[in-house]
Ligand binder design. Structure first.
Ligand code: HEC
Ligand code: HEC
Length: 281
């Protein structure tokens, strides 16, 4: 593990964040995905309805948020802030979405990951090619900068996120995630082959004791695919290990999935390595 991945959080600034975060709101029912024009998200919402007892975990804020919670919360916003906050998608494409990319449109173009990537490297990473290609730079250069800077960035002419879409408090959480909570995907996943360098036998112990409570021992009890096109844990981990590593660390926005953020990075990589051996169909 690279040393730069271990971030020490200044306790003084944390107190400030804790106060700011305690005023954040708890959302209502997750109907935004159904109201959105994005067919895939509507499908996802139908597949899995959030139970009453999970709402606080998914939309709430702890009384005294730890740095780890703030960073995983920021990670879920980076993934899909609309699902994480139970908000409707803005109209049309994000204004910075390039006309050259006609493969993706609508709500998906408003996700941070759409332009900056699951590897956080933008055009210098996986999104240099493929259906998500935009030519937009990554966010890794923000490492170590002040989290509240994100408020200014999100309100700038490029981003145009209003405070109704993403509040200042949530922008600061995104700032915590990006300035202190990123990992270097190249250290764990081979960029060309997607092969991961964790220890599967260690990952198996964790998967069987934690992940299986929702996904089953084979990772097949939750299926977010359509018809014959199934999507299990094993399917996703093989198709896109960069995305799955992000979700193992930060959880899955709008769902009660756990976040492994408080544990060492190696733990997440071991889990990822193991789940790539689980059934894909
Ligand atoms: C539709 C594409 C798009 C989306 C979606 C998007 N960005 Fe960006 N982002 C850009 C572009 C383009 C730049 C480069 C702007 C520049 O260089 O002036 C950028 C730059 C950045 C930077 C670097 C700023 C700097 O000074 O180096 C950060 C950090 C950032 N974005 C964070 C985010 C976050 C957080 C989200 C989600 C809430 C987000 N972006 C969503 C297009 C996007
Ligand atoms: C408390 C229940 C719960 C636990 C524990 C849990 N998950 Fe999940 N997970 C979910 C739910 C719910 C979804 C969303 C399924 C859907 O979209 O229908 C999900 C989605 C996923 C996805 C797919 C995300 C995508 O791309 O759409 C992956 C991969 C995943 N989980 C892996 C894991 C791993 C690995 C662990 C253990 C570290 C784990 N989960 C633990 C509930 C859980």
């Amino acid at each position: 593990m690279k040393n730069k991945l271990k971030y020490v959080v200044n306790s003084v600034s944390l107190v400030g964040l804790a106060v700011a975060f305690s005023i954040a709101n708890i959302g209502g029912l997750n109907q935004s995905a159904l109201a959105s024009s994005d067919e895939e998200e509507a499908y996802e919402a139908k597949q899995h309805k959030l139970g009453e007892r999970h709402r606080e975990y998914v939309y709430g804020v702890p009384d005294v948020p730890t740095a780890e919670w703030v960073m995983s919360s920021g990670g879920r916003l980076y993934d899909n802030w609309m699902n994480a906050l139970d908000k409707e998608a803005p109209e049309g494409n994000h204004p910075a979405w390039p006309a050259s990319n006609t493969k993706k449109q609508g709500a998906n173009t408003w996700r941070c990951k759409a332009c900056h990537g699951w590897d956080y490297k933008g055009v210098s990473g996986k999104y240099a090619s493929g259906s998500w290609k935009t030519g937009i730079k990554g966010v890794t250069q923000m490492h170590g900068t002040t989290p509240s800077k994100m408020v200014t960035i999100l309100r700038d002419d490029t981003h145009r996120y209003t405070s109704e879409m993403i509040s200042d408090v949530n922008a600061t959480r995104l700032g915590m995630f990006i300035s202190r909570g990123l990992h270097d995907t190249d250290a764990y996943i081979d960029r060309k082959t997607g092969k991961t360098n964790g220890v599967a036998s260690r990952g198996a112990k964790i998967f069987q004791n934690i992940c299986a409570s929702c996904h089953g021992f084979q990772g097949t009890k939750l299926n977010w695919g359509k018809g014959d096109d199934v999507a299990f844990v094993g399917t996703e981990a093989n198709a896109n290990p960069w995305e799955v590593l992000h979700k193992i660390r930060n959880g899955h926005p709008g769902h009660e999935m756990v976040a492994m953020r408080p544990f060492p990075m190696e733990t997440a990589v071991d889990i990822l390595t193991y789940i790539r051996t689980l059934p894909e169909k």
